[in-house]
Design a protein around this ligand. Structure first.
Ligand SMILES: [Zn+2]
Length: 389
């Protein structure tokens, strides 16, 4: 087997800095993490003096089908996105994103891309895909084809995703901003319907990710036992983050649900804004959830207007500032924690023997400044080098 040993490294393994300076890669996997002198035997040695190795980054919420250069919301699915989607995937891995969860498209093109990446035909991150989100009639992102007026129709939409080979089910539990006429503060499904959707998905071995802006939708999703709550914006009558409710947050914790707040680089404008009331409310809600022990994952909603697919490294610094997380806590949200949330624990998210060789090298120390992530100097994805050091 072709073995490669990266030497001269500082290694942050997804959890902590370890007393080792080398990583040995065999095939797709990490064979060993340890001392360079002993690991490099019978391998090609690549000297990486001065670089810090971290696990490949995970973006828990993207839409490969959406073109971020479009400033208006899509009215229908663009069927000619295949080549552009492959370019987006390639840009993502070169930026150090080796896993991404795609939470919605209309034509399952991202599943085809997932399979080609898995087959080694194209460079790109490991993709976890939901296909068409289940939504209400004329509800959030109905243009993707997942409208359901009742449980029976929701089951039909769900089965269609199963038939296409999805990895999870996405449900729009509240309205959203991207779809005219849908109300972020309102729940789109009642508890009975959403619980039945979750049970049906789970019976196929699929977890459920729920888009929730409003508190109403968050409560229904938490009670129904989804796996991840996307956005979790606590929208109420008084606007964004105006309706944080401690008992519902406690329910999220008790149900073991992960929160994926989709803080991207666009949120910098909230940090820069002179009127900081929304920032104060959002920050308070995040800090309260984190203090309670609710686990967070990093995510960007890439593909929405102005948010490019390869920009998670830029988003992480903004995320750390808004959620008041240390750089190390932030990195865990984008590596080891995210892998657990996505059901990939043991495969990625950490630099440990037996895990996939998903490795990013950066100059400088990302534990003191997350800006180091924005210019990686080497990237391996499942043992394949996509950016040479
Ligand atoms: Zn989204």
């Amino acid at each position: 087997m072709n073995a490669i040993t990266l030497t001269g490294l500082t290694i942050w393994n997804g959890h902590e800095i370890v007393a080792a300076d080398a990583i040995r890669i065999e095939g797709e996997n990490i064979a060993a993490v340890g001392d360079g002198e002993s690991l490099q035997r019978n391998s090609t040695r690549i000297s990486c003096d001065g670089a810090t190795a971290i696990p490949g980054l995970i973006d828990a919420h993207v839409h490969l089908e959406l073109n971020p250069e479009h400033t208006v919301a899509p009215a229908h699915t663009d069927m000619d996105q295949g080549p552009q989607m492959a370019e987006r995937a390639a840009a993502m891995v070169r930026s150090g994103i080796t896993t991404a969860r795609d939470l919605g498209g209309g034509a399952w093109l991202e599943l085809a891309l997932r399979d080609r990446i898995n087959a080694g035909e194209l460079p790109g991150p490991r993709l976890i895909c939901s296909g068409q989100p289940i939504t209400s009639l004329r509800g959030h992102c109905h243009f993707w084809g997942g409208e359901a007026a009742n449980l029976e129709e929701a089951r039909t939409v769900l089965q269609r995703q199963v038939d296409h080979g999805v990895d999870l089910i996405k449900v729009m539990a509240s309205g959203g901003r991207m779809t005219r006429g849908s109300d972020p503060s309102k729940a789109q499904f009642d508890l009975e319907t959403l619980s039945a959707i979750v049970a049906e998905a789970n019976s196929h071995g699929l977890p459920v990710a729920a888009h929730c802006h409003g508190t109403q939708g968050i409560e229904v999703a938490a009670r129904a036992g989804v796996s991840t709550i996307e956005h979790c914006s606590w929208v109420g009558k008084e606007g964004w983050a105006s309706d944080y409710q401690a008992p519902i947050a406690k329910l999220i914790l008790e149900q073991g649900i992960w929160v994926s707040p989709t803080v991207n680089k666009g949120w910098q404008r909230m940090l820069d804004s002179k009127n900081s009331s929304v920032l104060d409310r959002v920050r308070k809600a995040y800090v309260k959830m984190l203090e309670l022990g609710i686990p967070f994952v990093a995510s960007t909603d890439a593909g929405i207007p102005g948010i490019f697919h390869h920009e998670l490294p830029l988003a992480l610094k903004v995320f750390s500032q808004i959620a008041q997380l240390s750089p190390e806590e932030t990195l865990r949200c984008a590596t080891s924690n995210a892998a657990r949330a996505l059901g990939l624990d043991g495969r990625t998210g950490a630099l440990l023997p037996g895990f996939a060789a998903d490795i990013v090298l950066v100059d400088g120390n990302p534990l003191t400044d997350l800006a180091a992530l924005t210019s990686p100097v080497g990237v391996w994805t499942r043992g394949r080098n996509v950016l040479a050091p």
